[in-house]
Design a protein around this ligand. Structure first.
Ligand SMILES: [Zn+2]
Length: 257
């Protein structure tokens, strides 16, 4: 995979684009069994299993589970700026940014788009972009929040992790209508193409997010998209579509050391 490689005892996908500790988990390396959760489920199963799996994920990134930020995700464009004083707080949002070291920013996905962002001035971000978050511009919100912490758009490097690609993301006319009405919808219709079946379309979420990042001033060469489709490769990744909802959750995580 161009620019992405697997690393360590716990297989994580790492982007060559980002030079701080980060990674996207796969299904491998955890303790969960059954109900589509095998094995590295980071959010759906029993509290005990999820905690052990998260501990392993944090440790593979050189971090500690007690410094992990993980929100209740609400398919919004809300990105929160966090410091160590926010550890333990309950968050309802779909992204985090920080300029503090040792804080592990995470997002949970199983087809949705995980985006990790890095500026070498010492600002990082993590974003969960489902289609609603994508078309309401969560990628744009994340870049704005990073700039307010001292980052500059042309310096930001991003990795778009494994997610559902257009090959498997068939949508219908109500979806297209909802995109049209969304804040960034008119910019993004070009990434929805007709499928063979009448009234069906394919939506390209990773390319939509790439486009929004470039609109925010991120250079195209600084955006790295993982070519893996979570639904095509459901043996490697959790996929909501491929499993008809019977699946665990993966994480993208990033931490400044
Ligand atoms: Zn696919």
């Amino acid at each position: 995979m161009s620019g992405f490689r697997k690393s360590g005892a716990l297989p994580l996908l790492i982007s060559d684009n980002i030079s701080c500790s980060h990674g996207f988990s796969t299904r491998e390396g955890g303790v969960s069994h059954g109900d589509g959760l095998d094995t590295l489920d980071l959010g759906m199963g029993t509290e005990e299993d999820v905690r052990e799996n998260r501990r392993r994920f944090a440790s593979a990134l050189g971090g500690d589970i007690s410094n992990m930020f993980s929100a209740k995700q609400i398919h919004s464009n809300i990105v929160e700026t966090v410091t160590k004083n926010d550890l333990g707080r309950h968050f309802e949002c779909d992204g985090f940014v920080t300029s503090e070291k040792e804080l592990l920013l995470t997002v949970k996905v199983a087809d949705c788009v995980p985006i990790l962002l890095y500026d070498d001035s010492g600002v990082i971000g993590a974003v969960h972009a489902g289609w609603r978050g994508t078309v309401s511009g969560i990628a744009v919100s994340a870049v704005k929040k990073m700039i307010s912490l001292g980052a500059s758009a042309e310096n930001i490097k991003t990795a778009i992790g494994p997610c559902i690609h257009s090959c498997c993301y068939e949508v219908d006319i109500p979806f297209v209508r909802a995109v049209k009405e969304a804040e960034y919808g008119s910019e993004l219709l070009t990434f929805i193409t007709p499928a063979k079946t009448e009234g069906k379309f394919y939506a390209d979420l990773p390319s939509m997010n790439r486009h929004l990042l470039t609109l925010s001033g991120v250079k195209d060469e600084n955006i790295n998209i993982c070519p893996s489709c979570t639904s095509c490769e459901n043996d490697v990744f959790f996929s909501h579509r491929a499993s008809h909802g019977k699946r665990g959750l993966m994480m993208g995580g990033i931490i400044l050391k």
